[in-house]
Design a protein around this ligand. Structure first.
Ligand SMILES: [Fe+2]
Length: 135
């Protein structure tokens, strides 16, 4: 049920891979808090904890892209902004309706799909670019 990082998701850039693992950990903490029916404050706490790290990660990743003139920066930036909006939407839905089984499953599927396809489609390409261009 948890989000698991595996080698197929490796970008080859240690820093980025470690941040992705930390993100998966924080997503799992949120999902666990929701599944266990923790109180609103506790779930919001895990959501804040995740959001802080999402912002830190996207900011750092985008800095690296700009510094290296990565040609697909604008696609990355657009997806990152979309994910931040999704987190805000998730917070709104949770604050209005609390948590329930179907919502937890939806969040879990969305997180898993979003992160795995973002990493496979974009971040791995970034990793390849950085390795080829950092001489
Ligand atoms: Fe990214």
């Amino acid at each position: 049920m948890n989000l698991n990082w595996d080698n197929n998701l490796a970008t080859g850039i240690v820093n980025i891979d470690n941040q992705h693992k930390e993100l998966f950990d924080r997503i799992n903490k949120l999902l666990i808090a929701m599944k266990e029916g923790k109180g609103k404050d506790e779930v919001i706490g895990t959501l804040n904890f995740l959001e802080d790290y999402v912002i830190k990660h996207f900011t750092e990743e985008e800095e690296i892209q700009k510094k290296n003139n990565y040609p697909k920066y604008s696609i990355q930036h657009k997806q990152h902004e979309e994910f931040k909006d999704e987190l805000k939407e998730l917070r709104r839905t949770f604050e209005n309706n609390g948590t329930y089984a179907l919502f937890v499953i939806k969040v879990q599927n969305r997180m898993s799909t979003w992160w795995k396809s973002h990493i496979r489609d974009l971040d791995k390409d970034l990793g390849k670019f950085l390795i080829e261009n950092s001489k």
